[in-house]
Structures are given as C-alpha cells and as structure tokens.
Ligand binder design. Structure first.
Ligand SMILES: [Zn+2]
Length: 405
C-alpha cells in the first residue's frame, strides 16, 4: 500500500484494500503484538508501557496509519526450533541481525531462567574504555616509547629469551599497564552482576590488567587465560613473589630480582611460546559442558587455544558475540548441489553461524561492549544496579591480591 492512500475513519474499504488485508487481519495483528511482547521485551515494566500505548490508541479510536498496518501485517519472525532456546532469534536478514533484537532475545533467555551457568569469554575490547593501551599491537604509543631498544619485532618484548637478557623494557611497559592505574569498565561490572545474580559459571579472560578483580568478581570465578600480575615467580628457582612486592619495584623503576637466587622475577603473564596456565585447561574441560549461555566480548578470537573455546559449549547452547568486528564467522552455506563433504564440513564447523539461514543459536551485537551490556542490563531491569556498581568507590587495591586468611 502506498503512503498516499489515506484511509478515512469508517470509510468503506476499496477493493484493493480488501485484497491487501485478509479478513483475519485483527487476529494476525494480535498475534504480532503478543509475539513482540513475548519475544522481544524481557522486562515487565516495558511490556506495560507497550500495552498502555496500544490501549491509548484503542481509546482514541484512531485508524491505523498505513505504516502501522503494514508493520502489524508483516509475518512474525520464526522462533527457534529448539524448545530450550525459545527467545533467541535467528539472525540472518541481510547478513546479520538487528542488534537490539538479539540483545533483547538474549535478555529474555536469561530472564526466563534458561541461563544459569553463563560463561563469559573476554578480550582486550572490554578494557579499551578504561584506557588500557593495546600493548600487543605494534604501532601503538607503548611501542613508540620502546623504539630506543631497537626491537626487530616488538613482540620480542613478550618472549622469555629477551626477558632473560634484558627485562627493563618489559617492566617499562608493565608500569603503564599496571591495574592500579585504571577504573574497571561497565562491562567488567556487568560480569560482576551476572555473578551477583547467581548466573556466572566462569569468566575466561585474555586480559592481564586484572580489572575483573578490581570490579569485585571473585577470583574463583575467573580464569586468567594469559596470566596476570596477581602473582610473580623467579625465572630461576620459581620462588613466588607477591603482587605488592613486584608492583613496588615497578613503580620505583627497579627490576624485580629474586632474593634467593638473584635471577629476575617475572609476573605470571603468559609470554609467547609459554603454555597457558593449568587452570585454563582444567576449567575448560569441567565448565564448558555445563554452559547454557556463552557471551564472547571484545575479542578478535585470533589467539589459540583461547579462540577454540567457542567450540566447547554443547551444540544447542546459544552464543552471543559482542564485538566491533564480526569475527570467527562462517560464510553463507554451500549450495544444495555442492559436494556432500563440503556441506558436512560446513554443518559441523563451530564458527559462528550468523550467515547461515539455519542458524538458531548464534546472536551478534556489533558495537561497543559497554553499549551492549548497558542494553542487556536495561532489558533485564538491572540498569540502575549496573550504574551503582560503576559509580561506587573502588576498593583498596593494595588488599585485592592478598591470599585469603
Ligand atoms: Zn630465584
């Protein structure tokens, strides 16, 4: 129908209108409204707002505009076929789905009590708004300051062989990324909220800034996949050193040296070529089979074995990717007449299926992590709680990493 075709109130319908509008239009419209309420709005307060708008419209006895009529007559998006995943939508459309709809669907999935063991996988993107410099990427300010050391490859800084030879540049960089200097982001506090609502199974982070701890996420909920500054060890005799000891050295521009054997002391950050902490593999095997919602935030999923974790949740478990770029996504499916092996490989690939019309579990929010978690928190009715956590004074950081009494 053209927007020009104004339909007067109580005016007889033209033949064309009859053709455009099936007799069960009202039923379809009601179904649509019901579906919108059920599937896209998790929060009871928001449902009431929508209902009040419809009531006001009915009281005013206003005729629907052509746009409203078209909207209400359009088909209700097909819900998921897996019964345990109701609420999540497929996200295909023109490549990817509508951000808000996906956030709303995930929020509803959580609000319906279907996600009680959420696993978060987080990367550098969740700390960007805290001001943490992107220290691994050549060309950033941090590396600029290191030009005097004449690295062939700036990543050398994070190799054990270079550290043994000259730990000074590492400690220089460490000084500028020490967790003491930064305030956690809303995304960190959202993860804490998941924990406080009893929904967080584990937070696997790639970050070494330890902002999760400052945000108040208990350390038993955390897996520092690439290590952290929380502890340090002598690279000679493996003697353990406290967070405070090494931090004090770093901030007084000294090199931390072992008092037992004289070798350098290195924070437990995973260097290139070093294996990941044992806890990473232990928790991977124990936690991922129990996971009922995976939230991947602020990571390009470029570093293995961390990136491979997304394959470890059960096949029907919803996965939400929140990132500025679409990553780890398989292409559109091969045509029906393609080689059977190709179609099989496509089907079993564990990459995100945003472009697959059969996708029923992968949701995407393309944008900033803080915006995404704010939308999620609002949809769950946690908006004020999130803001209060973010605004609260920071804990005494000097006590954060002390072992429990
Ligand atoms: Zn030692």
């Amino acid at each position: 129908m053209n927007a020009d075709d104004k339909v007067e109130e109580n005016s007889p319908r033209s033949e064309e209108d009859e053709h455009d509008m099936p007799s069960d239009f009202e039923d379809d419209a009601l179904e649509k409204i019901q579906a919108l309420l059920n599937e896209s709005i998790a929060n009871a307060e928001q449902q009431n707002i929508v209902l009040k708008q419809f009531l006001a419209m009915m009281r005013a006895n206003r005729t629907l505009t052509p746009e409203e009529r078209e909207f209400l007559a359009s088909p209700v998006p097909r819900p998921l076929e897996f019964p345990d995943m109701t609420g999540l939508r497929k996200c295909v459309a023109d490549g990817y789905a509508n951000n808000i709809m996906n956030i709303a669907s995930v929020a509803k999935y959580i609000a319906d009590g279907k996600a009680k063991n959420i696993i978060v996988m987080a990367g550098a993107g969740i700390s960007v708004s805290a001001g943490i410099p992107d220290f691994r990427t050549p060309g950033t300010g941090l590396y600029y300051n290191l030009q005097k050391y004449d690295f062939a490859d700036p990543q050398e800084l994070f190799t054990l062989s270079y550290f043994c030879q000259n730990p000074k540049p590492f400690f220089e960089v460490a000084k500028s990324i020490y967790p003491d200097l930064y305030h956690p982001t809303k995304t960190h506090y959202f993860i804490r909220l998941l924990h406080e609502h009893g929904l967080l199974l584990r937070d696997f982070t790639q970050n070494i800034d330890t902002l999760e701890v400052i945000a108040g996420i208990p350390t038993d909920k955390l897996v520092f996949s690439h290590g952290s500054f929380a502890k340090s060890h002598c690279i000679g005799c493996r003697k353990e050193f406290s967070y405070e000891y090494v931090r004090d050295k770093v901030f007084s521009d000294q090199i931390a040296v072992c008092d037992a054997c004289g070798a350098y002391v290195k924070p437990d950050i995973v260097f290139f070529g070093e294996s990941l902490p044992e806890k990473f593999f232990e928790r991977m095997h124990e936690d991922f089979p129990k996971c009922d919602l995976l939230i991947v935030m602020g990571t390009s999923l470029a570093v293995q074995p961390f990136a491979g974790l997304i394959a470890h949740v059960p096949e029907t478990v919803p996965r939400l990717l929140i990132n500025r770029e679409v990553v780890c996504c398989k292409p559109e499916p091969p045509p029906a007449d393609a080689d059977e092996m190709d179609r099989y490989r496509y089907r079993v690939s564990s990459r995100f299926a945003f472009k697959d019309p059969e996708n029923r579990r992968d949701a995407l929010y393309q944008g900033s992590c803080d915006d995404a978690v704010q939308a999620l928190a609002d949809a769950l009715g946690w908006g004020k709680e999130l803001q209060a956590l973010f605004d609260a004074p920071l804990p005494d950081k000097t006590k954060l990493f002390l072992p429990p009494a």
